[in-house]
Design a protein around this ligand. Sequence first.
Ligand code: PEP
Ligand code: MN
Length: 282
Amino acid sequence: MSSEKGKNEKASPYPLAARGAKEDTKVAARGAVFGAERLAIIAGPCAVETEEQVLTVAGRVQAAGATALRGGAYKPRSSPYSFQGLEEKGLEILARVREKTGLPIVTEIMDARAIPHFLKHDIDVLQVGARNMQNFTLLKELGALRKPVLLKRGMGSSVTELLQAAEYVLHGGNEDVILCERGISTFEKSTRATLDISAIPVLKKETHLPIIVDPSHAAGRPDIIPALARAAVAAGADGLIVEVHHDPSHALCDGAQALLPDAFAAMMDDVRRVAAAVGREA
Ligand code: PEP
Ligand code: MN
């Protein structure tokens, strides 16, 4: 009977990522665990600018309950004339701030040729940005590593395509994939992107992989980020990634959507209450 049923079932487009493939995946990156009862909260500036800047923001977000530090050293910018990131020097700064704070580092990789730099500085979580979600050669290279990968959903990609992209990394033998909903392109112009809240419960049904939400790039404005963060946690997200800057008007990237440290701390107080209501901690 079961083999008959097997014949009639359509093969999954993402057999390794599919919910039935294994127990819920927990991804550990130093102190942070993604997919545990306690939410993983990544916070920090959009881009690494100086060591003082990263250290200042890191101290503030850590005090407010962040469990990991973000900061882009390689930045995917729409214009080649915009700040492109400090590149390897940025990774060095992140590693030094990790030494001082103990916070694990999450930072974007855009090109497989930079992998040796990420390994040299023992970067804890390699972020694949929305624009590279279907960079299949990069995904294959990351599949060969044994380092956690944070895979952001492309702004024009479906949930199925996100899971197929994750499948590339899993297929290479790297089981530590974290998914991220960061808003999709729609006709709506009041926000930078439209946060697809539905993606969270849909992904929870479809996959065993942890899923976090980026309310910053979805909103593109700081005032509504706390509401999106609360909604994400209420909908079952395993964590958040949020942009915070102590001096947004002088930020070299995405200052217009940066939360001030105090606003982040207030957001965390509310997130903690929502987390408790859904059986989680933050
Ligand atoms: C980022 O996290 O800084 C970023 C560029 O995000 P996304 O790839 O989602 O646009
Ligand atoms: Mn950004």
